[in-house]
Design a protein around this ligand. Sequence first.
Ligand SMILES: C[S@@+](CC[C@H](N)C(=O)[O-])C[C@H]1O[C@@H](n2cnc3c(N)ncnc32)[C@H](O)[C@@H]1O
Length: 263
Amino acid sequence: MTEQDFSRLSRIAFDVSGIVLSDAKKELVYSRIARRVRALGLSRFSEYCEYLDREKEKELNEFINSITTNLTSFFRESHHFEFLAKEIITQWRKNPKEPIRIWSSACSTGPEPYSIAITLRKNIKVDNLDIRILATDLDSDVLKKAKSGEYPLKEIELLPRDYHNCFYKNEDGAKARIKDEYKGLIQFNRLNLLGPWPMKKKFDVIFCRNVVIYFNKDTQVELFNRLHDALKPNGYLMIGHSENLYGANHLFKPLGRTIYQKK
Ligand SMILES: C[S@@+](CC[C@H](N)C(=O)[O-])C[C@H]1O[C@@H](n2cnc3c(N)ncnc32)[C@H](O)[C@@H]1O
């Protein structure tokens, strides 16, 4: 992969997804795109760049799916789910008629929205309420996995015992599937955080965790402004452990440990 190939691919990644592929990511891009080069029967990265230019409709999705980083886990950064259970849900209990909308805005393979659904069911009688979780991601492959709700059994067995009964064991014994009562609370859709957001209703809580780290500062500030707009008054924003609001700090009140409230 020449410098020119890498800069062509980085430019496309940035334009489409906002993801910045710095020089430090060269090895990673090399190994991920090499798979596409082989799968398409090509022999050079330059041929792949030309193919991507020529067949954008067909290949762009595959390219984007190849460059996203999808690391996630159930109850990752557990303090967010504790805050949801102890602080936010406690307020909702006082106002059971209000609709509740939660957005997991870079949901990857699904553990984040399922952790939200589990937290809701375990702490409030959701069947009497108008509660919906929207789970979106740019990467269509991870969304497919998220929708399936299937995870290696080993991953589920690592969770505290209390959560084991949220899953069915598959007959093959190797996988576990989230129960429908949790899945039923979630709507999965493909959505690019940089593109238009078709949702008309505002959200009570937005999880936007471990995704802005891949964006530059300008993209982050613009996104945090849009997330601010997408929240109801006093709505909550959860971000990742290594992220902060920088140029959008004035819009939110910090509540500690990467939890913010719309001002
Ligand atoms: C590291 S995962 C974070 C998953 C989850 N939020 C968590 O914290 O465990 C980052 C996700 O952001 C998604 N992503 C990257 N750029 C995006 C964009 N422009 N719009 C929507 N999702 C994006 C990736 O596909 C990936 O699944």
